[in-house]
Design a protein around this ligand. Structure first.
Ligand code: AHM
Ligand code: MG
Length: 336
């Protein structure tokens, strides 16, 4: 792994990705350029999120501000920011955003080989109260650069080349995997640079925390209900787990990655496929979890083996520490 640079020799995310790239002599630098545009999008959204409270005092969303420009809602603004950053990179051909019904096909003059699937600002219920929210993204490569089609997007999660998220929380953190390890970078606001602060993140093999919206308990299936019961009343003499639930996937997954434990958004009687979207929520987080030594399971199969039929498909998801997800798998297997 790249050595952690000293305080005067900073390992910025750009330097880190260029280092990684130098290990692949065939690389043309396209990925580094794409990533620098994603990083720009994250910085822009971070700055908008930080100013959001203040903007409220000056003018409410939907009203016009002093410059006479209409103030966009943060989620709409974030979507615009990422679409502009990604298309202008000249390295993308298809974009799939949670905010857009249809996939966006980049115009030929700006076309590149990469496909980016993303949720520009996830955790919508937390936006207006200043609680952590985030951006989630996954990157694929198109098969035929001249003729990108939706089939290039509707692939299993195994085809994903890289994935990450940026959390706009008490600090702004970008967590990324380009296929080998998982690395975390913290934005130094005075430099405007993401600095490597968490190198080669590994999730603890077993955790002490479970994270779920328990308000849905009356709709749960047997294995989910049994698992959560087990977290609270373990029969093997072990300590009960703590419950933590922010309601922002990025924050809940980030904590799970660093502290260990499990995050679940199961399918239930009301929503058999759960809530979270396969392409830009489940896949990127499943990818990061596996690269950090954890697991991601849908209740039926390994999450990354799913092949979505439509770009906004949903799936139940159980992800986190290896041993904790293993217990969920055993409960589902016993059900069959
Ligand atoms: P969103 O895309 O509308 O923001 O919804 C996704 C969010 C996730 O961040 C989070 O894990 C989940 O919804 C929380 O859902 P719930 O409020 O049902 O617990
Ligand atoms: Mg979302």
């Amino acid at each position: 792994h790249a050595a952690q640079a000293s305080q005067t020799d900073l390992m910025t995310i750009t330097r880190f990705v260029l280092n990684e790239q130098s290990k692949h002599p065939e690389a043309r630098g396209d990925f580094s350029i794409l990533l620098s545009h994603i990083v720009l999008g994250c910085k822009f959204v971070c700055s908008a999120v930080n100013k959001a409270g203040l903007a409220k005092l000056i003018g409410l969303a939907g009203e016009t501000n002093i410059q006479g420009e209409e103030q966009k809602k943060l989620d709409v603004l974030s979507n615009d920011v990422f679409i502009k950053a990604l298309t202008s990179s000249g390295r993308t051909c298809i974009l799939v955003s949670e905010e857009d019904e249809e996939a966006i096909f980049v115009e030929p003059s700006l076309q590149g080989r990469y496909i980016v699937v993303f949720d520009p600002l996830d955790g919508s219920s937390n936006i207006d109260c200043g609680v952590s929210i985030g951006t989630i993204f996954g990157i694929y490569m198109v098969k035929d650069k001249v003729k990108p089609t939706l089939d290039d997007v509707l692939q299993s999660g195994n085809a994903m080349l890289a994935a990450g998220y940026c959390m706009y929380g008490s600090s702004c953190m970008l967590v990324l995997s380009t296929g080998s390890g998982v690395n975390g970078f913290t934005l130094d606001p005075s430099l405007g640079e993401f600095i490597l602060t968490h190198s080669d993140i590994k999730i603890p093999k077993k955790g002490k925390i479970y994270s779920v919206n328990e308000g849905n308990a009356k709709y749960w299936d047997g294995p989910t209900a049994k698992y959560v019961e087990k977290c609270k009343f373990p029969k093997d003499g072990s300590l009960s787990k703590s419950l933590r639930y922010v309601g922002s996937m990025v924050a809940d997954v980030h904590r799970t990655l660093l502290y260990g434990g499990i995050f679940l958004y199961p399918g239930d009687k009301k929503s058999p496929n759960g809530k979270l979207r396969v392409l830009y929520e489940v896949f990127p987080m499943a990818f990061l979890m596996e690269k950090a030594g954890g697991q991601a399971f849908t209740g039926k199969q390994r999450a990354l083996d799913l092949v979505p039929k439509k770009i906004h498909d949903r799936s139940p998801i159980f992800l986190g520490s290896y041993d904790d997800v293993e217990e969920v798998k055993a409960l589902y297997a016993a059900e069959e």
